[in-house]
Design a protein around this ligand. Structure first.
Ligand SMILES: Nc1ncnc2c1ncn2[C@@H]1O[C@H](COP(=O)(O)OP(=O)(O)O)[C@@H](O)[C@H]1O
Ligand SMILES: [Mg+2]
Length: 320
């Protein structure tokens, strides 16, 4: 049985750049907040426009409306914090002499590609862990498709990788205790619990928990925003295929920026005809997944008054 969108704990908005992800994530979050759901809306797109659309600034985290808070993940800041955390953790397990060298290596690793991604991912898990205590729902306004799919596939990949590290560490520990037979000094050492192993196991549990959470269709859902145009349709088809591979549930599709009926010359008649053809394709491809169809509004979406128009449309169409 599928449960109502309003009972989910995390909803991701994805899709091609410019289709209206931020607009839809912000409006959906406002609607949830109005329904009494304590909501946190998070932007994982390094080019944030979440606070902008509310015509405000939040400086990382701040309140946007009653029952609604916003969080913009800052990759540089998260990267630096992440590095500090790792250094502190290491300090507890290695001797001060090699600490200096390790610090240099950690710093080098953190200017390497991929490290900011790791930091964003860590923050992502932190925010998910605030569900149920501080928030009922976390809505993610994500970066364009590729970036986000990678983020969502990380728990699976990292859990497997850490499992491998754990196996290696256990093997090394076993060899150590074998070598320690007969040496009381070594035996004392190897009998102590291994702090590195403990850290690895803690991280593995964290990744598995996240993985279990985002594949749970009672808890998490991925909503794609598309326009009635060729490329957003193609990209979304592909993305759904990839999410399927990782067993991440797709909760629906919002078709945004549909042309209003009306006059206009032959140019607009042509655009409307194109749109009609793409809508046929969208209905065939995604039919039952379509949650809402939103009109192109005369103004761009900036500030509460404009957002509220989209909220009203969503409220009419997303009823369960
Ligand atoms: N239904 C709509 N009507 C009018 N303008 C829209 C609509 N949806 C989005 N826009 C405008 O289109 C642009 C891109 O929307 P945005 O939500 O930022 O897309 P994304 O987050 O997918 O990149 C913004 O300028 C926004 O104001
Ligand atoms: Mg955006």
């Amino acid at each position: 049985m599928t449960i109502s969108l309003w009972d989910k704990k995390a909803i991701f908005f994805g899709g091609k750049g410019g289709v209206g992800k931020t607009t839809c994530a912000a409006s959906f979050s406002l609607l949830a907040a109005q329904r009494g759901i304590r909501t946190l809306v998070v932007s994982t797109d390094p080019a944030h426009s979440l606070a902008d659309i509310f015509a405000t600034t939040i400086n990382e985290e701040g309140q946007l409306a009653p029952n609604l808070w916003g969080y913009e993940i800052n990759p540089q800041k998260e990267g630096a914090r992440y590095m500090e955390r790792i250094k502190t953790q290491l300090q507890n397990v290695v001797s001060p002499i090699i600490m200096e060298e390790i610090q240099r290596q950690v710093e080098a690793a953190y200017s390497a590609p991929g490290s900011e991604e790791a930091a964003i991912f860590d923050k992502f898990i932190d925010l998910l862990e605030r569900i149920e205590t501080e928030f009922d729902l976390v809505v993610f306004d994500t970066a364009p498709t590729g970036h986000t799919l990678r983020l969502l596939s990380l728990p699976e990949l990292l859990a497997a990788w850490i499992e491998h590290l754990i196996a290696q560490r256990e093997k090394a520990n076993r060899l150590m205790s074998m070598a320690a037979v007969g040496s009381r000094e070594l035996k004392k050492k190897t009998d102590k619990p291994d702090p590195v192993l403990a850290t690895l196991e803690r991280r593995e549990k964290r990744f598995r928990r996240t993985r279990d959470f985002i594949v749970d269709d009672q808890a998490a859902s991925f909503i794609f925003v598309i326009n009635a145009e060729k490329l957003p349709i193609l990209e979304t088809k592909k993305a759904i295929g990839i999410l399927d591979k990782y067993h991440i549930p797709v909760g629906g599709i919002i078709v945004n920026r549909l042309l209003p009926p009306g006059e206009g010359g032959s140019f607009w008649a042509r655009r409307r005809e194109l749109e009609r053809q793409y809508m046929i394709e969208i209905e065939q491809e995604f039919g039952s997944m379509i949650l809402a169809k939103l009109p192109l509004l005369p103004d761009d979406i900036y500030g509460r008054e404009a957002l509220d128009k989209v909220v009203q449309e969503l409220a009419k169409q997303i009823t369960d």
